[in-house]
Design a protein around this ligand. Structure first.
Ligand SMILES: [Zn+2]
Ligand SMILES: [Zn+2]
Length: 390
């Protein structure tokens, strides 16, 4: 139940779920109820963040995770039960968020943030909370947030250590600004020589405790609260907490002007196309040009020994070493990759989804010397927060 005007603030109405929050001088429950927040990852951090967002009464949560609940998650994930094993994390966590607070609208996407979540989802939220366990996905989220100028708060945990980083495009330091050679090396390790994903590398097995995930996700959600209220935050800073020594420090990350993540899209135009439409139809609607794919595409695989040639048409991140082996010769085949789809080319005859473009995406079309940004609106979902009027 919402309180009426500001004059109600000091009346404690015990039927009002948010009565205690309203006693905080700067608190604006209506602002929170109108907020839209994306949470990427429903693991240990994601569970704690989602719990916090549910209790706060956030208007609309968009939750992305591709994983399923496992028994080993149960020590750090308060939203899961043992009978949830094998169910998608995103759907399961969304159900528990609704139980915790029916005021919260939640849209879940059982998919990979890098492959399955169009940039439009990012444009439609107020901020993004990264609850991820790997650098590659963080780098992706960072670039997406910069393109559409949406702040994001990243968190990472290990044993009793937690780090929260606040990024506010376009001017703060970003996640990539602080990446080291070692970080790039670790990301590239996942792609072996012909750049195909190695499926045998274990990720996300970092040892963590429910205590550090609660502490870190608490700090992360608090930064989100400040951003949603328009309060000052330490943009481009990392908050580092060491739970062994109980010390906490804040460090300003360096901003690199030559950083590859700082590309902001200006003047995004709507196009009444969806990911099921053909690339050539979209290109024709803007008078031709080249569609520049954000997800590099494996077009075909060819065996140099026997001459076998397979059409693939899948994003690079989706093709494993096993897919790249010639079944007859047991050697890794040569890879043809691309990210440019020119009007009139055979690739342009494909549907956008076949080219690895997810629904609700924002595409880059290069024509002459300029690049325009076009949002697919035919499959655009409506994200309505509870606090928003119809
Ligand atoms: Zn940067
Ligand atoms: Zn062969």
């Amino acid at each position: 139940m919402m309180a009426g005007g500001d004059e109600d603030v000091l009346i404690i109405d015990d039927r009002d779920r948010y009565a205690r929050f309203r006693l905080i001088s700067w608190w604006d429950q209506r602002k929170i109820a109108r907020s839209k927040v994306m949470v990427v990852g429903a693991g240990a951090l994601g569970n704690e963040v989602l719990k916090n967002l549910a209790l706060l009464g956030i208007g609309h949560v968009v939750l992305v995770d591709y994983d399923e609940v496992e028994h080993s998650n149960l020590t750090r994930s308060m939203l899961y039960r043992s009978h949830d094993a094998g169910r998608p994390k995103a759907e399961t966590a969304a159900g528990r968020v609704r139980e915790l607070n029916p005021d919260v609208e939640i849209t879940w996407i059982n998919g990979d943030v890098m492959k399955d979540v169009g940039l439009g989802w990012f444009q439609d939220v107020d901020l993004v909370l990264g609850c991820l366990d790997n650098r590659e996905a963080r780098l992706w989220v960072n670039r997406q947030c910069w393109k559409v100028s949406i702040p994001w708060v990243d968190a990472a945990i290990q044993e009793l250590m937690g780090v929260v980083k606040i990024f506010v495009p376009p001017d703060s330091a970003c996640y990539e600004c602080a990446m080291t050679e070692q970080d790039y090396r670790l990301i590239n390790l996942k792609y072996s020589c012909p750049l195909l994903r190695r499926e045998d590398l274990i990720e996300g097995k970092t040892p963590t405790t429910p205590t550090i995930s609660a502490i870190t996700a608490g700090m992360q959600t608090q930064e989100a609260l400040k951003l949603l209220h328009g309060m000052a935050v330490q943009a481009g800073c990392a908050i580092v907490y060491n739970g062994i020594a109980n010390n906490l420090y804040i460090t300003q990350l360096p901003r690199k002007e030559e950083c590859l993540s700082h590309h902001c899209y200006r003047g995004i135009q709507d196009a009444s196309f969806g990911s099921r439409d053909k690339a050539q139809d979209l290109l024709a609607s803007v008078g031709g040009g080249d569609l520049l794919l954000d997800r590099e595409l494996v077009i075909s695989l060819r065996c140099d020994l026997c001459g076998r040639s397979d059409d693939v048409l899948r994003p690079r991140t989706d093709v494993t070493m096993r897919d790249g082996m010639c079944p007859k010769c047991q050697v890794v085949m040569s890879v043809e990759m691309g990210h440019v789809v020119s009007a009139g080319s055979p690739l342009a005859g494909r549907r956008l989804e076949e080219l690895g473009v997810p629904s609700n995406d924002i595409l880059r079309i290069r024509k002459g010397g300029s690049t325009r940004h076009v949002r697919l609106t035919a499959d655009r979902p409506t994200l309505k927060a509870r606090g928003e009027a119809d």
